[in-house]
Design a protein around this ligand. Structure first.
Ligand SMILES: O=C(O)c1cc(=O)[nH]c(=O)n1[C@@H]1O[C@H](COP(=O)(O)O)[C@@H](O)[C@H]1O
Length: 281
């Protein structure tokens, strides 16, 4: 046993206590420059530390984007490891945004890397891609269950190109995205207060009423801020499932750095807008 409650249980608790906002740690080279930092490992470390210091004790979730750390090789990954540990120590849940997906036997190794309690990169949840077939993710589902962790599976991504794959219709008439959502609903069946297997559904997508978003699991919703969606869009996009939405904001918050207080204030403004938008009248 992991000793950790299931991810869905821990996430619901964190959302109730802190609100649902997820702040992304996306150290773009352009943001490092805006913050007056060098585009090197020291700059990366300073950036990531500052975000953790500003918000990890108050937001439910932090989502480091692995690519921005991998860019610096092993020393960048060491910064990522430290950031994950510090964020978790400060009480935030960490969703590792690495968007992994591979044939099952290799998927098992990715799962060991991010979802096994003994791994240096252990995170509370991992973003994964189902485009090698949902079943190829089984090792990640199993490892997550055994370790109190979770997954966020790409279903309806926020980018405009996503539709050509995700809206494609299978011979049985069901779209690829609807198939992914149905698998997740099955994974989460009977779990309370919330399952641990979430979907990624962009806040940018407008009316999604043709999709059943009631998967009894969390819906990670990127797209607010730099991609043009707003907190006020959430109820129309997600309908009743809005109560399970974890809205992600990365650049919309990060552009207010390098000052810790300014970052914190920006995150709190988004948190307040989200609270106002999703709280039932
Ligand atoms: O899985 C993700 O996090 C993700 C999925 C998706 O459909 N769209 C999307 O933007 N993301 C991530 O969410 C973050 C959005 O960043 P901003 O546009 O700066 O708020 C980036 O880290 C993206 O990689």
């Amino acid at each position: 046993m992991s000793g950790l409650d299931p991810f869905g249980t821990r996430l619901r608790r964190a959302m109730d206590a802190r609100g649902p906002l997820c702040v992304g740690i996306d150290p773009h080279a352009s943001l490092l420059a805006e913050w007056g930092l060098n585009d090197d490992v020291a700059g990366l470390e300073r950036f990531s530390r500052t975000v953790v210091e500003a918000v990890a004790d108050r937001v439910a979730v932090l989502k480091p984007q692995s690519a921005f750390f991998e860019r610096f090789g092993s020393r960048g990954v060491a910064v990522l490891e430290k950031s994950v540990a510090e964020a978790r120590e400060a009480g935030a849940l960490v969703v590792m945004d690495a968007k992994r997906g591979d044939i099952g036997s290799t998927m098992a190794a990715y799962a060991e890397s991010f979802l096994h309690r003994d791994s240096p990169l252990f995170s509370d949840a991992l973003t994964v891609s189902p485009y090698l077939g949902y079943g190829s993710l089984s090792p990640a589902v199993e490892t997550a269950r055994e370790n109190g962790a979770g997954l966020f599976v790409l279903a309806l991504t926020s980018n405009p190109e996503g539709g050509e794959v995700q809206h494609a219709v299978r011979p049985d008439g069901r779209s690829v995205a609807a198939t992914v959502l149905a698998h997740l609903a099955a994974e989460n069946a009977g779990e309370a207060p919330l399952g641990s297997f979430g979907a990624v559904v962009g806040a940018t997508l407008g009316d999604l009423s043709s999709y059943d978003l009631e998967i009894n699991g969390p819906l990670l919703a990127p797209g607010i801020g730099a991609q043009g969606a707003t907190a006020a869009d959430l109820p129309a996009v997600f309908g009743k499932a809005v109560r399970n939405v974890v809205p992600n904001v990365s650049r919309g918050v990060l552009r207010h750095g390098a000052d810790v207080v300014a970052l914190r204030d920006a995150a709190e403004r988004y948190a307040e807008e989200i609270r106002a938008a999703v709280t039932p009248a």
